[in-house]
Design a protein around this ligand. Structure first.
Ligand code: SF4
Ligand code: SF4
Length: 172
C-alpha cells in the first residue's frame, strides 16, 4: 500500500455514498478543508504523509485509491481533531468509516490483518507471556488471566470478522 496519488480517472461517485452509509461517515461533506484536523493531529508530526484533511478530501471527491492506501489506518483514534473541527465533521469517525469501506472491499493492510488474527485466535492484540506477569507481580499488580479462547471463537463466528480479515468479504 502506497501513498495516495491523485488519479482523477479513478473517481467514483459511489465512494462518498458508501462512506456516508458507515456509522460516523455521515458528515464528510461538511468539510471545508480548513486543515485544523491535520494541525491538531498527534500522528502527523511523526508521519507527515498522514494528513487527515487530505484523506477526507480524497474520499469526498470520490478518489477510489484512498481505499488502497495505508494512510487512513495510521489514525490513533485520539479524537483531538474531532474536538477541534469547526464544522463538526467528526474527522476521526470519517476515517473509521473510510476504513470500514476499505475492509468491506477486502482491503485491510497486512499489518492490521495480523493484529486482528491475534484477536480472533487469543482474544488479545498480543500474547501475554510469563515475563509480563512477572513484571506485573514486581509492580504489585495481579497477573493477567488467560482468556477463554473458545468463547472468543464463538463470539467471532457470529460476525463477518474472519471473512473481512481473510479478504473474502465483498460489499453486498
Ligand atoms: S475535517 Fe474539520 S478540521 Fe478537518 S479540514 Fe475538514 S472542516 Fe477542517
Ligand atoms: S483521531 Fe486520528 S486523525 Fe484525529 S487527531 Fe487523532 S490521530 Fe489524528
Amino acid at each position: 500500500m502506497e501513498k495516495i496519488e491523485l488519479k482523477y480517472r479513478e473517481v467514483s461517485s459511489d465512494l462518498v455514498k458508501k462512506v456516508k452509509q458507515e456509522p460516523g461517515g455521515e458528515f464528510i461533506s461538511r468539510c471545508y478543508q480548513c486543515g485544523t484536523c491535520t494541525a491538531t493531529c498527534v500522528v502527523n508530526p511523526f508521519k507527515d504523509d498522514f494528513n487527515p484533511r487530505r484523506i477526507i478530501r480524497m474520499a469526498a471527491l470520490g478518489v477510489e485509491n484512498v481505499l488502497d492506501s495505508i494512510e487512513p489506518w495510521y489514525c490513533a483514534v485520539c479524537y483531538l481533531c474531532t474536538e477541534r473541527c469547526p464544522r463538526d465533521v467528526k474527522p476521526a469517525a470519517v476515517l473509521m468509516a473510510i476504513k470500514n469501506v476499505a475492509a468491506n472491499e477486502g482491503k485491510v493492510p497486512a499489518a492490521f490483518k495480523n493484529i486482528n488474527e491475534n484477536i480472533a485466535k487469543i482474544g488479545r492484540l498480543f500474547e501475554i507471556d510469563d515475563f509480563t506477569n512477572f513484571m506485573r507481580e514486581d509492580m504489585g499488580l495481579p497477573p493477567i488471566e488467560p482468556i477463554d479462547e473458545e468463547e472468543i471463537k464463538k463470539l467471532i463466528s457470529g460476525t463477518r470478522f474472519e471473512k473481512i480479515i481473510k479478504g473474502e468479504e465483498s460489499e453486498t
